[in-house]
Design a protein around this ligand. Structure first.
Ligand SMILES: Cc1cc2nc3c(=O)[nH]c(=O)nc-3n(C[C@H](O)[C@H](O)[C@H](O)COP(=O)(O)O)c2cc1C
Length: 328
């Protein structure tokens, strides 16, 4: 019989690589990948890397925590695939504010816990900024995506045609504010466009430019236009607003978990999604979006879903050992 010495780590190198690579495929604003990980036996801490924050575009730190919530959800999916049931805590250690979530690996199970079925979607999901086909999404598929967000304590509200029109005018106001904010533009240029090999958003991932007004966010904010094709975008996009009951940091983390659960579920149905968050990055415009969803919940993300008409593009990631700073 072989026994594990108390000093040996619970996870071997292959398992750590499996978990951390999966966590690192999470979406993050401008692909900053604002995470690092510490592993101690069955405990994996997800840590905010403040050197990768976006002070101009994410002053409150809300968006960075959403990305960290998404990485936490991926960890749970990968742990389930290794057979581990998981529990987690948000903001687990008052003496270590940088630890935003803590995932506990529980007993190993056969068959693997249900989240394992999403593992295959981690590598297929990417943010898609191009046009969608006119194929309508079945209502049952929309319900699956909503149910996924609800599992994590958030919700997703679909906009009506009138809601889309209202949102479109708010988005235009936000785009205009973006274009006149030097700090934001400087930050954008630092992370978006050109060739990227470890982080940031490469020009190929920016998607086609719309031939007429469309509900998309051109992340390049006016630069990086010459190498990109043009396309006609859908006239009636399917827009969902991800909401949480309140607006505390723990709810931003929850929103990130819900985002990723919803996106992976959508990917499993061959749907693609992109973000229209510009309207939530300005306090006064966020309150206007608030009116679209109701006063008792808080809008966290605006997402456009559909069946993609063009090929999507992967964005780069750092290698997993670069993000693990402790492992016992
Ligand atoms: C909180 C959050 C906000 C985001 N906001 C936007 C956005 O407003 N516009 C956009 O095009 N992409 C947005 N993204 C998508 C990121 O740019 C994308 O996740 C990142 O570049 C990594 O690429 P991937 O999602 O294809 O893996 C956001 C992602 C997160 C997690």
């Amino acid at each position: 019989m072989t026994t594990t010495r108390a000093t040996e780590p619970l996870l071997d190198r292959d398992e750590v690589g499996f978990l951390i690579r999966a966590a690192g495929t999470a979406p993050s604003m401008h692909n900053t990948q604002p995470w690092r990980f510490e592993i101690n036996g069955p405990v994996i801490d997800v840590i905010l890397d403040a050197d990768r924050s976006l002070p101009a575009e994410d002053r409150s730190g809300r968006l960075i925590l959403i990305g960290l919530g998404a990485a936490t959800f991926n960890l749970r999916v990968a742990a389930a695939t290794l057979g581990y049931d998981t529990t987690f805590a948000t903001e687990p250690d008052p003496d270590r504010q940088d630890i935003v979530t803590r995932v506990f690996l529980g007993s190993r199970q056969t068959p693997a816990p249900p989240l394992a079925r999403l593992y295959g979607e981690l590598g297929r999901r990417h943010t898609y900024r191009g046009p969608m086909t006119p194929i309508r999404i079945p209502a049952t598929v929309c319900q699956l995506v909503v149910a996924a967000a609800r599992c994590e304590g958030a919700d997703l509200s679909w906009l009506s045609q009138a809601g889309n029109q209202r949102l479109e005018s708010i988005l235009r106001l936000a785009d205009d504010l973006d274009l006149h904010d030097e700090d934001r533009l400087t930050e954008r240029e630092q992370w978006v466009g050109g060739e990227r090999v470890v982080d940031g958003v490469p020009v190929e991932a920016l998607g086609s430019l719309p031939t007429s007004a469309a509900m998309v966010r051109d992340l390049s904010a006016g630069f990086e236009r010459s190498d990109r094709g043009t396309a006609a975008f859908e006239h009636q996009p399917l827009i969902g607003i991800l909401t949480t009951p309140g607006d505390r940091p723990s709810e931003w983390l929850r929103a990130g978990m819900a985002l990723q659960h919803a996106l992976l579920t959508a990917t499993s149905c061959d749907l693609a999604a992109s973000f229209l968050n510009q309207a939530l990055e300005y306090t006064q415009l966020r309150s206007q979006v608030q009116e679209l969803v109701g006063s008792d919940i808080r809008p966290q993300l605006i997402l456009r879903f559909g069946f993609p008409a063009e090929e999507g593009t992967d964005t780069p990631r750092r290698s997993w050992p670069q993000t693990v700073t402790e492992w016992h």
